[in-house]
Structures are given as structure tokens and as C-alpha cells.
Design a protein around this ligand. Structure first.
Ligand code: SAM
Length: 347
């Protein structure tokens, strides 16, 4: 049972403005999401409804002041803002609604209210996300699960860290792929509790949870180095934490980065390249991008040998011409072994 009073604010913008509003409002309220409205067939194309969820009633004037410059940048005369309390029953219904079971790679992600037998050959993950992010419906989570699915075909990991675990979905998925010790951390105490409950629900006893702001906790430091780090956060915190990530990753280790828009990818790749992480794969789902990066092995040999051949498995060599300008790996240099996947396919 969710006891906090939830409020929702919403307004409609043209499709061209959605990315700006999502990016600028990402730290407003508990969550921000965009939903395509019915096409009106007008010259401007589809309209999108932006919904913000708030713990408690938001300050209307403050919110309007936040939206005004964004409207101006988008060439909008005005924004009609609606603010209303969200009944707990509405919220629970929405959670259940968005929790239709879904197959993502090998994973079958379903809410605890649906316990039908999973399709043969799938790995079931049962979740109650509550207010924590991560039921698999979001492209950034989906991208991470697909990256995990892909890595599980050809790699084994022993120590995994999930930074910004939300519901714990990625940590649980990782524990299902490998007999690894998995540490799931979040800076939201509520999410940590939800992740712990979900780990128990899935008998994922190798998943431990802890409160941590990024890498700044005793638990995270004690568990390092990790050979796999999962971080589905947002572009700015990812960039802020790039050096911490590099420090906590073992040489040759892999990280999955998500929560960024495709347009933010060059910056995120560049910052991680400068921290010594090389882009290995990229997946674009809608406007959301997932990156797989690896830390160099610190052998003198490796330093002079260059990026080396593509990793075996499903990831294929990157064709720079197909993705010009988006694979600047900072100090990492050429992207000879980068694989990219657009619209659901690794390339
Ligand atoms: C987009 S959700 C991802 C949840 C889940 N890992 C998934 O893939 O669906 C991002 C999560 O990161 C957490 N977060 C944001 N900044 C953080 C930070 N500095 N340290 C730890 N967690 C953070 C948020 O509380 C939220 O639960």
C-alpha cells in the first residue's frame, strides 16, 4: 500500500518539444514521462502529453515559472497546466496497467499481480515497483536488459554493481544470468527497500542492497573492483560519475550505461572515453540510448595494441560511416570494435 499523497501535473506540447521538456524536467517531482496523444493530423504532427508525478501538492506558480522559459525556447505561446491529486487507487491501477508482462531478450518481466506461467525458455522476473523506477516498460531499462541478455551469451561476471537500482530489476536480472555477487544501490531509501523486497520475491539471495549516493558508500567501496557495473541513471549524473565508475571497475571490466537521450550519447561517450572507457556497443530504442563500455586492461601490450578485434558473439564491428560523429571515444580513439544497434538491433 502506497501511503504518500501523490499529485500529478500535466500539459501538452508538440512532438518537437518533448525532448527538451523531458531533459529539463528530469529532476522535477518523482517522475516525468511523455505519452503521444491521438494525432490531430495538423501540420505540426502529433501532440504529446507530459506528465509529472509529485509527492504532495506541487507549487503551481513555481512549476509555471519553470515551464515558461521552456515554452519560450520551444516557440509556444502558452502552456495549459493541469494539477490534480492522484488517488492511491488510480496510481495502483496505473502501476498494474503499465505492468503488463513483457518479454525483453531472455527475460519475462511481470508484476506480482500476474503469476501465469512464463513462456518456455524465458527467465522470469517478478516485480512490485511501487514508487521505484524499473518495471521494464521504459526504453532505458529495456536497453539495459537487452545488453545483459547479449552479454550473457558470451561473458561471465563475478562481481556486479547496479548504481541507481530503482526496483532492482537489473540487479535481479544480472543475478539470474551469472552466479555473481550483486550489489544494488540507490540514493533513494525507498527504492533500496523496494529493491530488497523484489530480490527476496525472486529468491535472488546473491543480491545485496544498500543506500549509496553514487559510489560514495562503504558498501560500494568494499565490493570493488567490479567486473560489471550497471548504471541506468541520467546523462548528467552519468558524466559526473564517470571517473568513479572507472575507478570501481576492474581492468577489462564492462559497464552498461543508460538513461540518456540519443543526442546526449556523444557527450556521455566522450566523458567516459576520457576516463579510460572504450565504447563497445550501442543500442538506440526510440530517443533512448544504451551504451556498453569497457575499461582497458592495463597491460603494456594492450596499451600499444590498440582496440583489438571485435568481441566475439553477436556484436558486430561498427561501421563508422553509419554512425558518423557519434562514437568519439575521447582518449579511447577509434571505434573499430564498437557495435551499434538501432531500433532494437545491435549493429
Ligand atoms: C532511471 S531509474 C533506473 C532504475 C532501474 N535501475 C532500471 O533500470 O529500471 C534511476 C535510479 O537512479 C537513482 N539515482 C539517481 N541518482 C543517483 C545517485 N547519485 N546515486 C544512486 N542512485 C541514484 C534514482 O533514485 C532511480 O531509482
Amino acid at each position: 500500500m502506497i501511503e504518500v499523497p501523490l499529485w500529478q501535473s500535466r500539459f501538452v506540447v508538440p512532438g518537437a518539444a518533448v525532448e527538451l521538456f523531458l531533459a529539463e524536467l528530469e529532476d522535477t517531482g518523482i517522475s516525468v514521462a511523455a505519452f503521444e496523444e491521438a494525432r490531430d493530423g495538423g501540420a505540426d504532427g502529433a501532440l504529446w502529453r507530459i506528465e509529472l508525478m509529485h509527492r504532495g501538492e506541487p507549487d503551481q506558480q513555481e512549476l509555471a515559472a519553470r515551464l515558461a522559459p521552456l515554452a519560450e525556447r520551444s516557440g509556444l505561446d502558452r502552456i495549459d497546466l493541469t494539477i490534480a491529486p492522484l488517488a492511491a487507487t488510480d496510481w495502483l491501477a496505473r502501476v498494474a496497467e503499465s505492468f503488463t508482462p513483457r518479454r525483453i531478450g531472455r527475460f519475462w518481466v511481470h508484476g506480482s499481480h500476474l503469476r501465469a506461467a512464463p513462456p518456455t525458455g524465458t527467465v522470469a522476473i517478478e516485480l512490485d515497483a511501487g514508487l521505484a523506477f524499473g518495471s521494464g516498460e521504459h526504453e532505458s531499462t529495456r536497453g539495459c536488459l537487452l545488453a545483459l541478455d547479449d552479454l550473457a551469451r558470451r561473458r561471465r561476471f563475478r562481481r556486479v554493481l547496479d548504481v541507481g537500482c530503482g526496483s532492482g530489476i537489473l540487479a535481479i536480472a544480472a543475478a539470474r544470468c551469472w552466479p555473481a555477487a550483486v550489489l544494488a544501490v540507490d540514493n533513494d531509501q525507498g527504492a533500496v527497500a523496494v529493491a530488497a523486497a523484489n530480490a527476496r520475491r525472486n529468491d535472488a539471495e546473491r543480491v545485496r542492497t544498500a543506500h549509496s549516493d553514487g559510489y560514495r558508500s562503504r558498501e560500494v567501496r568494499a565490493g570493488a573492483p567490479y567486473d560489471l557495473i550497471l548504471a541506468n541513471i541520467l546523462a548528467d549524473p552519468l558524466c559526473d560519475m564517470a571517473r568513479d565508475l572507472a575507478r570501481h571497475l576492474a581492468p577489462g571490466g564492462t559497464a552498461i550505461l543508460a538513461g540518456l537521450f540519443d543526442k546526449q550519447a556523444p557527450r556521455v561517450i566522450g566523458v567516459h572515453g576520457a576516463a579510460g572507457l572504450r565504447l563497445r556497443a550501442r543500442l538506440d530504442l526510440g530517443i533512448w540510448t544504451t551504451l556498453v563500455v569497457t575499461k582497458r586492461r592495463r597491460t603494456p601490450d594492450a596499451a600499444t595494441r590498440g582496440p583489438g578485434p571485435p568481441a566475439p558473439g553477436r556484436l558486430r564491428p561498427h561501421d563508422p560511416a553509419a554512425d558518423r560523429g557519434s562514437e568519439e571515444c575521447g582518449a579511447g580513439g577509434a571505434a573499430a570494435s564498437v557495435a551499434t544497434r538501432r531500433s532494437g538491433a545491435w549493429r
